[in-house]
Design a protein around this ligand. Sequence first.
Ligand SMILES: Cc1cc2nc3c(=O)[nH]c(=O)nc-3n(C[C@H](O)[C@H](O)[C@H](O)COP(=O)(O)OP(=O)(O)OC[C@H]3O[C@@H](n4cnc5c(N)ncnc54)[C@H](O)[C@@H]3O)c2cc1C
Length: 401
Amino acid sequence: MDLRFTPEEVAFREEVRTFIAENLPREIKERMRLGHPPRKQDTIAWQRILNAKGWAAFSWPADWGGPGWTAIQRMIFLEENLSAPAPELLSFNITMLGPVLVQFGTQAQKERFLPRAANLDDWWCQGFSEPGAGSDLASLRTAAKKEDDHYIVNGQKIWTSTAHNADWCFCLVRTNPQASKRQEGISFLLIDMKTPGIEVRPIISIDGSHHLNEVFFTDVKVPVENLVGEENKGWSVAKYLLGNERTGIARLGKSKERVRYAKEVAREVRMGGKPLIEDRAFRTRVAQLEIDMKALEITQLRVISAYVKSGGNKPDPISSVLKIKGTELLQNSSELVMDVGGPQAMPVWQRELAALANEPAIGPDWAPQMAPAYLMLRAASIYGGTNEIQKNILNKAVLGL
Ligand SMILES: Cc1cc2nc3c(=O)[nH]c(=O)nc-3n(C[C@H](O)[C@H](O)[C@H](O)COP(=O)(O)OP(=O)(O)OC[C@H]3O[C@@H](n4cnc5c(N)ncnc54)[C@H](O)[C@@H]3O)c2cc1C
């Protein structure tokens, strides 16, 4: 098997890298390099720059603004974007809602929502999980009852990332509580977050940030034209969406960038009278991560190659390996960064406390985001389908056990 990139793919990588280097605002890049999550305005600004270039809707068909790339080009683009490091495109808009509307949406829904989603004029969030319905999503209970030309929605979602930023939410709701199979009574609705009866309550996560929310729906009126696909057939829409969510799931570019960053800072940090980068144990750890990243890169190419050969219409269950190994590497590389910071990798809120107490902040600029970034990435093996569930998929679909 020849795993070399073609000359065209090498040239494409160069084109993407150059465009990002020339167009990513310096301030955004510097915040990302220090490990901060992108701010809302950073994500919007960067997605609009990419959209103006025709690259934001990177996986959509050309008719709806996609650049018409191959699967390998898409992989290269995502890797270069993460590796820059640049903010990720808003996945709710680009990898989740967009392909769903292309596949299942009415012409009116496509025209109304797709261009705005690509340009991030609308910020979407994903209302799937509920208390008691995470891995077992089909047990969701948020109810939508049809009354004339509206659905009336009542219930609660949880872990809704960035709902506090969102203009719209794509939501799974139960439209037929009597269906013999739980999956058959679910529908996929587009809900305007400004509709009366919606309340968003923050959940502050272990890294001290506000990324997650609970969303409560009380008698929320949703026009029937906001139903995507057929009523009670939302499970097929959700399955299609979750398959697309796997695009770029290994997020290798980010692990590579974090290891590179750890090495950069390790040149500054001294241990036992010499730079940490010269320490044998540190070098062994970096080498192991680099080997693991190379192995994952090759696995990713094999998965993509199999996907292309199969006609590319169904995600291969083997892509669960990418999720498991990709998130383990993300976690290990952020742990490496935090360990390089040592006692200085203190959480940002301790710095804020120091500021409140009028005491000088401790540590260099690169230090304070190291621990929060590490803590936030603990969740990477939970969201997008937990790693235990991915192992179940591999068990059944690949190993046949
Ligand atoms: C940071 C973050 C962001 C998120 N963003 C969103 C979002 O924007 N929108 C949204 O809808 N959801 C979101 N989620 C929710 C996420 O999809 C769920 O947390 C996830 O599906 C797991 O569900 P749960 O939390 O209910 O855990 P549970 O399903 O209750 O699982 C608890 C534990 O049991 C294990 N487990 C469960 N079932 C099995 C099984 N059959 N076999 C083996 N082990 C099992 C799980 O792996 C896990 O370790 C987010 C979660 C996090 C952490």
